[in-house]
Ligand binder design. Structure first.
Ligand SMILES: [Zn+2]
Length: 389
């Protein structure tokens, strides 16, 4: 049905020179799809999938990427009607009056047993079943928030915290996984393009899964702590950072490859959806608010200086000429981000205003406590094996 609908869409495109939008496509193809014996909702699903494929093709043509005539080879059903969940099974009703049932695993049953969780739709492919669920979460009340934590995403660590506690999550393992995969893929000598592509995608998937597993441990820990302490999570805006690592910027090839495989967006994505699930508010600073978070002293606001040749052993540290001290650049970023996020949230909450602006993040005298965590370790080691330094 999807392929049929795509064909109709392509014909329309040839005739009028524009890609049909979803509405037009459904008007054109709905009657044609009636020849397939199935429920109407599956027709809609096929049309919406075809519209998506056509629109991404249009985007590729616009960007100048080569495209082929699109078609779907994998079979798939998405539907938000005509199914039930009964005694641990997903029951899909068929047009003949019969039904098919698929057993759900214990984790899925555990999640959907929560009364606030609603199953909206299911996606069935030849190999997998996916349930789309939604949960009612009370809107986070900014007046109840007790503080803010900033998140600084780096290639080898994710630093989280505020003036009280700063935690360094070591994610250098993820950078190493990406680098190893790159080296393995570069070593493929096989001339057969199709086999090589298959191998590359296999290694690529493996890399993605391994990196995501490490980041999931970090994001879960961050959200759990923020929830327990009733804090807002503040991100900086680093969109467009990849432009710094383009060909012709006088950087080495491997350095560019390393920086371009830095999964900064994945960290944010995971934390944001987990925070939304738990009802923890998140803020992303604007580009303007982000400016200077890594270069301004969080204590006096002075512009910091990078180490020069004589400053040995000052790796990733910055010098404040006013306070006359060296500080870690990730720590500085986190302090600035958390403070700016706290000021913004306090302004936007009803009772905030000038009081909040003067106060900054809840006052804390002295240096923050610093924790270092190896993110590649399993979770129980994670909580027990924290080392203070
Ligand atoms: Zn200073």
């Amino acid at each position: 049905m999807t392929n049929h609908s795509i064909r109709i869409g392509l014909e329309f495109e040839r005739k009028y020179g524009i890609t049909p939008p979803m509405r037009e496509l459904s008007r054109l193809s709905y009657a044609h799809l009636k020849s397939y014996q199935c429920y109407a909702q599956y027709r809609l699903c096929a049309i919406s999938r075809a519209a998506g494929i056509l629109s991404s093709r249009k985007k590729s043509i616009k960007r100048g990427f080569p495209t082929r005539s699109p078609f779907v080879s994998k079979r798939m059903i998405v539907s938000c009607y005509g199914f039930d969940i009964q005694d641990g099974h997903l029951v899909i009703h068929l047009v003949s009056g019969a039904s098919e049932s698929i057993a759900l695993n214990s984790h899925t049953l555990d999640v959907i047993s929560n009364p606030t969780v609603r199953v909206c739709s299911f996606t069935l492919t030849e190999k997998s079943l996916c349930l789309c669920i939604s949960k009612e979460v009370p809107t986070p009340n900014l007046a109840e928030v007790r503080g803010a934590i900033g998140i600084d995403r780096n290639l080898r660590n994710v630093t989280v915290g505020n003036e009280e506690v700063v935690t360094y999550y070591d994610v250098s393992k993820a950078a190493k996984v990406a680098e190893n995969t790159r080296r393995i893929i570069a070593s493929f000598k096989r001339g057969d393009r199709r086999v090589r592509q298959g191998l590359i995608s296999k290694y690529g998937n493996r890399r993605r899964e391994r990196i995501e597993r490490i980041l999931h441990l970090v994001s879960r820990d961050i959200v759990e702590r923020a929830k327990a302490k009733r804090q807002i999570i503040v991100f900086e805006e680093i969109k467009g950072i990849r432009n710094l690592y383009r060909k012709g910027n006088r950087q080495g090839k491997s350095y560019r490859a390393q920086m371009n495989s830095w999964p900064f967006y994945e960290v944010k994505r995971q934390i944001e959806y987990k925070a939304a699930w738990e009802g923890v508010p998140t803020i992303t600073l604007s580009r303007r608010e982000t400016r200077g978070t890594t270069m301004d002293c969080p204590q006096c606001g002075e512009r910091l200086q990078v180490p020069v040749r004589g400053d040995r052993g000052r790796y990733r540290q910055l010098w404040c000429a006013y306070c006359e001290r060296w500080r870690d650049r990730d720590l500085i970023a986190v302090l600035n981000i958390s403070r700016r996020g706290w000021l913004r949230s306090d302004h936007s909450s009803k009772e905030g205003g000038a009081r909040g602006a003067m106060r900054g993040n809840p006052e804390h005298a002295g240096e923050p406590v610093i924790l270092r965590v190896d993110a590649s370790k399993p979770r129980d080691v994670f909580t027990r094996g924290r080392t203070l330094c």
